[in-house]
Design a binder for this molecule. Structure first.
Ligand SMILES: C[S@@+](CC[C@H](N)C(=O)[O-])C[C@H]1O[C@@H](n2cnc3c(N)ncnc32)[C@H](O)[C@@H]1O
Length: 295
């Protein structure tokens, strides 16, 4: 049998990925996207017509087959590649830390928009920061801001710091601790924007999650153990008044189904102008509220 071309390897991979029961096939072209992304990673170049007609050399063939096998078992693509692009930043990914999602780009965008409404030195804090995608995007796009990322996982805080160092973002700082425990006290009353993409899966829904999430993401990144998925959000909303400037903003990324309850949670904590926004991906909402301005 003649050796297979790049296109033929991709087609074979699509068939395997499409059959995988470990993956959430939310888009019918997902198999193709995944197979092409992995091939791009192996070849380290775009898939042009000339590239697609090439015959794959032995070592690339072996590497591609191993990557596809990992994906078929449910491993997320960024973890297989070891890196992920978020708002143009190339972020390192590690096994013990939640893999950033494209849906969180909206949270970063809203935070950047809120910060740009003010002049001078601005302070943003990304709570439950994970690998730091939101904190790092804010630090990169609002250079005269001071950005803090905090996470209960020491691995996450360490990865955030490594990513900041790698990207040369010396205005981004990472600390490990529960909620706001690791933040310097001097930040009280100085923060312009809080962002949080919390672990919002209901405890009772954990077993329903697709294998690619349930078995590959740390449990602490999925649920806070509360019955309604909003335990961490309630705690942050209660503390927001003490840490935010008057008129400071709290932005929360949640699944669409939690949007109303999140809005009610922010209002119950005394935040005002509570509203929400969504993007074209449509899988999450960013709910926002702010502390009252001084009269
Ligand atoms: C859904 S992940 C979001 C990570 C990151 N913001 C992102 O979008 O990729 C939730 C994160 O919450 C962190 N977390 C869970 N409980 C926490 C707590 N009590 N205090 C701070 N972080 C917490 C987890 O370690 C995890 O990194």
């Amino acid at each position: 049998m003649p050796p297979l071309t790049v296109t033929e390897h991709i087609d074979k991979a699509i068939r395997k990925i499409d059959k995988s029961t470990a993956i959430d096939h939310w888009d019918r072209n997902l198999g193709r996207y995944d197979a092409e992304e992995l091939m791009t990673e192996v070849l380290r170049r775009k898939l042009t017509a000339a590239t697609l007609d090439r015959v794959l050399d032995r070592s690339s063939k072996k590497r591609y087959a191993a990557m596809v096998a990992r994906r078929v078992k449910g491993e997320p693509i960024p973890r297989i590649k070891g890196h992920y692009e978020f708002r143009g930043l190339d972020l390192l990914i590690r096994d013990t830390v939640f893999v950033p999602r494209a849906s969180s780009e909206l949270l970063a965008k809203e935070a950047i928009k809120a910060l740009r409404r003010h002049r001078g030195k601005r302070v943003a804090v990304d709570v439950a920061t994970g690998a730091g995608p939101v904190a790092l995007a804010v630090a990169s796009e609002v250079r005269d801001s001071d950005v803090w990322g905090v996470d209960i996982s020491t691995d996450a805080a360490a990865l955030g710091k490594d990513n900041a160092d790698r990207l040369g973002l010396n205005n981004a700082h990472f600390r490990a601790g529960d909620l706001l425990d690791a933040l310097p006290r001097r930040l009280r009353g100085t923060i312009d924007v809080f962002t949080i993409h919390p672990p919002y899966v209901l405890r009772s829904d954990l077993k329903e999650l697709p294998t690619e999430i349930r078995e590959f993401e740390p449990i602490v990144s999925l649920t806070d153990g509360s019955d309604d998925g909003l335990g961490l959000v309630r705690r942050l909303a209660a503390e927001a008044h003490e840490w935010l400037k008057p008129g400071g903003v709290l932005l929360v990324e949640v699944g669409t189904y939690l949007s109303r309850r999140t809005q009610a949670t922010l209002r119950a904590a005394g935040l005002v102008d509570v509203t929400w926004t969504k993007d074209d991906l449509g899988v999450t909402r960013v709910v926002s509220g702010r502390t009252p301005r001084r009269t």
